[in-house]
Design a protein around this ligand. Structure first.
Ligand code: MN
Length: 714
């Protein structure tokens, strides 16, 4: 029977009398959908049964299971709401009618419907979270059967699931659903990446299996002496989240092997106190990785997820993540809001109070307002739902939510514009910190105001210095500067330009400031700098451009000179005298690199032969032989290098920096641009000591931003 799985699961947690209504609902739905088929060719009734099964896995109350069985009858059959109300009661009929409003058939997903659908979703969730839970179960079975749809529809549904359903599951803490929704969608949306990620994880898991098992038994042994009862399990990560992490690592230029939490060991204990005890035991057994510890028990995530996370290094030097939580936290971590609607609500410990505080309905209604205001509605909701947040406290214990990466300055501006402007110092958890310190979850932030009315610093706008992460704070700083007197801004701008020149190690006299400003007068430029309109990077680029031009000029004017000066013969060192005049022997004509020997001709004249020279064999007066070697100081060979790069300001300067950094001698430099492609070719000749130096040099050049090819040329 198609109901076997469903009824088995239901029997495991429901008393027999509750089953009657459910069996009636199945018969009712079966009759209503009779003759209808799914795209898979299966009878339609398979779908509501599977949806009900997903809900039964969560051990939800009977009304939710009934609504799951009936969720498509109004939409797809002649059944009316009245009939459902009469047969199954007002609660079930309300659930089913809300679900019907949310329904869109697989054929008519367009952008408009999608947006309307999302809005309905959010509102009905605010009214009754069970609607969202059933809808997510419905979507879960739909993505599990995506293989029967054509490619285009498959991709559309997978995309929609990733952008709407999975984030909503996340928001209400239904992590198990979220992972299933994501991985099913991921499989069809990016089949190649899906396969690759599965392979990588499998490999990693096998690699660590033995070590993980041994660690688990070590912990169990230790905890049994501490008299703490635990359940310990290894837990693989979910594919889509690993894939995302992989992408972030790629962007940062890091390796797959750097991902440390692919395998986590999860420890579930009876109470909160034991969580911290177990943490202590783990840190005693293995060294924790600095900065890897997260206390989501004292500062739960937005969706109220609670757990301790830590990463330790085991005896093999592998990084292993631990998650430590209580039973109740664990239940909530998997099923989130759905755990409230379990038939037997087991959240009967101290944590229960916390779950009542969930302000998620208010959150949803806030999103709803945002949606009305914003035409880019779906995107903004997505950002809001998906973007990571950091939660911090004021000294008075008020809670503020800021984007990840926010600093004390972002916090100060968030509290009050004037507090931002006059921010002088910040204390995080009582410790004085730099104003560009990134805030962490649970930090208590205190801002110290300056008594002087100096206003913000221009440095705060310098993105490289990382003082500000939010657009809100940035705009407030900019508008402060805009409101100053013009002369004040010009002076500030000049100071800023001069300090940049000093930082660039250029003699101020070498730079004619007016030269490197094309159109604007210097004052206009300084004004823009002084109000933060032109940033430091642009100033530095201008200076670099100017300096690069001078450098090229200087090098090329010297180069002829250099060429004449270079003379390997004069570099030869002969033992036994200082002022010998060295001459190359005509018979064997040694060249640079040959093994050589000197033959003293007179008191100040030495002929340099190759050691192998046959002429020397006849010479009997061995006193005249002198040890000779090519000099080290000028033992340099010219190397021509061709660099191909995307043209940008400061490129030549960066490349000459590399050459000087390697203490090599830059002999000449020429560049030609291809304006159409925005690329350029730079040819340079350098004198290098040895092959090692050449290789190092080329390697560094290749790493210069913009450069895509470096080669040695004849
Ligand atoms: Mn359905």
């Amino acid at each position: 029977m198609i109901t076997d799985n469903l009824y088995n699961k239901l029997n495991s947690y429901l008393p027999v009398e509750e089953m009657i209504k459910i069996k009636t609902a199945f018969k009712f739905a079966n009759k209503a959908h009779r003759g209808q088929k799914r795209k898979s060719g299966h009878d339609f009734i398979v779908h509501p049964v599977e949806v009900a099964y997903h809900l039964a896995r969560l051990e939800l109350e009977p009304n939710v299971i009934v609504a799951g069985l009936l969720h498509d009858v109004i939409e797809d059959t002649n059944t009316t709401n009245k009939e459902i109300e009469k047969k199954f009661g007002i609660e079930v009929s309300k659930l089913v009618s809300s679900l019907t409003k949310l329904n869109i058939t697989e054929d008519n997903i367009d952008e408009h419907v999608e947006k309307k659908n999302l809005r309905n979703f959010l509102v009905s969730m605010a009214e009754d979270v069970r609607v969202a839970i059933i809808k997510l179960a419905d979507r879960l079975h739909n993505v599990e059967t995506l293989q029967y749809l054509d490619k285009e529809k498959r991709q559309k549904i997978a995309k929609e699931t990733l952008s709407i359903h999975a984030p909503i599951a996340d928001k209400i803490g239904m992590n198990d659903f979220k992972w299933r929704l994501e991985d099913e969608s991921f499989k069809y949306l990016m089949p190649n990446e899906f396969k690759l990620t599965s392979k990588l994880i499998k490999q990693k898991r096998e690699e660590r299996e033995i070590a993980t098992k041994r660690m688990i038994s070590q912990i169990e042994e230790r905890l049994s002496t501490e008299n703490i009862s635990v359940s310990v399990s290894g837990r693989p990560k979910h594919l889509f989240s690993v894939h995302n992490k992989l992408q972030r690592y790629k962007q940062l230029g890091r390796n797959f092997s750097d991902i440390e939490d692919l395998i986590a060991i999860r420890i579930v204990v009876k109470n909160t106190k034991d969580c911290y005890l177990v943490l202590g035991v783990i840190h005693e057994l293995w060294r924790p990785v600095t900065g890897s510890f997260d206390d989501y028990i004292s500062s739960p995530k937005d969706n109220l997820y609670q757990s301790l996370h830590t990463v330790v290094i085991n005896d093999q030097g592998q990084k292993i993540e631990f998650q430590i939580r209580t039973d109740a936290m664990h239940l909530y971590a998997e099923d989130g809001m759905a755990s409230h609607w379990k038939y037997k609500n087991t959240l009967h410990d101290n944590n229960k109070d916390l779950y009542h505080d969930i302000n998620w309905t208010q959150n949803l209604l806030e999103w709803e307002t945002e949606i009305v205001e914003d035409s880019e509605y779906l995107e903004s909701v997505n950002n809001d739902i998906l973007s990571d947040k950091v939660i911090v406290n004021s000294p008075k214990n008020e809670v503020f939510t800021l984007p990840i990466g926010s600093t004390p300055l972002d916090y100060a501006y968030r509290l009050h514009t004037d507090l931002g402007h006059s921010c002088q110092a910040a204390f995080v958890n009582g410790v004085l910190v730099p104003l560009n310190k990134k805030l962490n979850n649970g930090d208590t932030v205190q801002i110290q105001k300056s008594d002087l009315d100096n206003g913000p610093s221009l440095d705060w706008l310098n993105e490289n210095l990382g003082f500000i992460a939010t657009a809100n704070a940035r705009n407030k700083v900019k508008s402060w500067f805009k409101k100053r007197e013009r002369t004040e801004n010009i002076k500030r701008g000049k100071d800023q330009i001069l300090s940049n020149i000093r930082l660039s190690n250029i003699e101020t006299s070498e730079i004619n400031i007016n030269d490197f400003i094309d159109k604007d007068s210097f004052e206009t430029f300084a004004y823009k700098v002084g109000t933060g309109e032109v940033n430091n990077e642009e100033i530095i680029n201008l200076i670099n451009q100017q300096q690069a031009q001078e450098t090229v000029k200087k090098i090329n004017s010297k180069s002829k000179n250099n060429e004449e000066k270079y003379d390997p013969i004069s570099s030869i060192v002969v033992m036994g005298g200082k002022d010998f005049q060295n001459k190359i022997a005509n018979c064997c004509e040694p060249v640079y690199g040959d093994e050589i020997v000197g033959y003293k001709l007179s008191s100040n004249e030495v002929i340099i032969h190759r050691i192998m020279c046959s002429q020397l064999r006849n010479r009997e007066n061995t006193n005249r032989f002198l040890v000779a070697a090519w000099g080290h100081s000028k033992q340099l060979t010219p190397t021509k290098v061709m660099i191909e790069a995307y043209d940008r300001m400061g490129l030549i300067r960066d490349i000459t920096d590399v050459v000087w950094g390697e203490k090599t001698n830059l002999h000449s430099i020429n560049s030609s641009e291809d304006n159409q492609n925005g690329t350029c070719k730079i040819q340079l000749t350098v004198y290098t000591r040895d092959l090692g130096q050449i290789i190092r040099l080329l390697g560094k050049m290749e790493k210069t931003p913009g450069v895509y090819k470096v080669s040695r040329i004849e």
